[in-house]
Write a protein that binds this ligand. Structure first.
Ligand code: NAP
Ligand code: FE
Length: 378
């Protein structure tokens, strides 16, 4: 067993284990006293790929009481988190295993908090530093992108305000993360690209953030470099475990970066494309990445150059980035996502009020936002 897994040391409280077929050994990684486990999953991809059975069978052999909470949707709602909380409380769950993409991981982390605290989503966000510790969560990502397995963030859609809100506390990091490339093999091409782009935008925004440190910068550059080396290859060879493992490591490193720095302007802009036009979260960031860096370059030329060099090789240009994105099928064209110029005013108002904004490394004006959106219309 010992040589089958490795431990990744990241500056987060989560224990991060990685290796192939780790999901067959999950019982080894939690205390013998745990008897009741709830597995949280999405809309069915892990049933279809056989991952759910692969996890359940050995747990049941150990006589654990297991239940499944199924149906977490993309960009999960607070209503889903409350249904999950009720499920956990009914079962008396002692441990949650979150098996899915960022939506499942975020929802499971929010359910874990809702099981030990009361109040609305907005109320819990307001009281976040005083909330009780959540139930422990073991996070097993099936996408390589959000890094949610190593962040404190639960990005939950608030139906009341039609907004993506960030619930987090100092204790809402997953207890353990299991990075097993077997889990990401079934990702379709578009999800591989979209989630890879999410990881890239985390590393890029974390590197640019006013809250960046030398420690987070080093991790961010490592992550960007790994994505540059392995994302295109993992699209060409989707069944290659080594490529998939490298992308998982890059995503978790980028997650550890944003756990310290947060995200900035690019994520705030992307949220509107997801909320109003249903664009996948990572792809929303990707279509805006080129114009975002074009504007940022005026204020932070060295940092932008550092990003381009790490991703594409020394002395790379923004034009080369455009070519890279095009090779991945990403055109900087938000018109194709359904955005109309008439929406820019409302997007700018939204973005200027968003909490991600102050850490952007320049004083963002509505003129900057219009410029990015206009560049992204072509
Ligand atoms: P996702 O919304 O979790 O999943 C997207 C789609 O991919 C779903 O249809 C899902 O199907 C499918 N899928 C996932 N894994 C698959 C696999 N291995 N094989 C086949 N299909 C698979 O996508 P995501 O990009 O990972 O997560 C996005 C969410 O994370 C957003 O809500 C975003 O705001 C949030 N996020 C959180 C953080 C954080 O720090 N907490 C950071 C960035 C983004 P099923 O539903 O059937 O499983
Ligand atoms: Fe993200």
């Amino acid at each position: 067993m010992k040589d089958k897994f490795n431990e990744l040391n990241l500056p987060v409280p989560t224990r991060v284990l990685y290796g192939r077929d780790l999901i067959d050994e999950l019982r080894t990684f939690f205390p013998a006293t745990v008897r009741k486990v709830t597995i949280v999953i999405g809309k069915g991809s892990v049933r279809r790929s056989g991952l759910l059975d692969r996890i359940l069978t050995p747990l049941q052999k150990h006589d654990l009481e297991t239940t499944v909470f199924e149906g977490v949707e993309e960009n999960p709602s607070w209503a889903t988190c409350l249904r999950g909380r009720d499920h956990l409380l009914r079962q008396g769950a002692e441990l949650i295993i979150a098996l899915g993409g960022g939506s499942v991981l975020d929802a499971a982390k929010a359910m874990a908090l809702a099981a030990t605290n009361t109040g609305s989503l907005a109320g819990m966000i307001e009281r976040r530093d005083y909330l009780q510790k959540p139930l422990p969560t073991m996070a097993i990502p099936t996408t390589a992108g959000t890094g949610s397995e190593v962040t404190q963030y639960c990005i939950i859609t608030d139906e009341a305000t039609h907004d993506k809100l960030n619930l987090h506390t100092p204790h809402s990091f997953p207890w353990t993360a299991i990075l097993d490339p077997v889990c990401t093999l079934s990702m379709p091409r578009t999800i591989t690209i979209g989630t890879g782009m999410d990881a890239l935008s985390h590393a890029v925004e974390g590197y640019l953030s006013r809250r960046a440190s030398s420690e987070s910068d080093q991790l961010a550059l490592e992550s960007i470099e790994t994505i540059g080396k392995f994302l295109e290859a993992s699209i060409r060879e989707p069944h290659n475990l080594e490529l998939r493992e490298n992308m998982l490591l890059a995503a978790s490193k980028a997650g550890a970066v944003i756990s310290q720095t947060g995200t900035i302007l690019l994520h705030a802009l992307g949220y509107r494309l997801t909320l109003d036009h249903g664009v996948h979260h990572g792809l929303a960031n990707a279509v805006l990445l080129y114009p975002f860096l074009l504007v940022t370059q005026r204020y932070q030329p060295q940092k932008v150059q550092g990003i381009l060099d790490a991703l594409l090789g020394t002395h790379s240009t923004l034009e080369a980035l455009k070519g890279y994105l095009m090779r991945l099928g990403i055109k900087p064209d938000i018109g194709r996502c359904g955005v109309k110029a008439g929406e820019f005013e409302a997007i700018a108002r939204y973005v200027l009020a968003k909490k991600n904004l102050p850490d952007t490394p320049f004083p963002v004006t509505s003129g900057d936002i219009f410029e990015i959106l206009t560049l992204a219309m072509n």
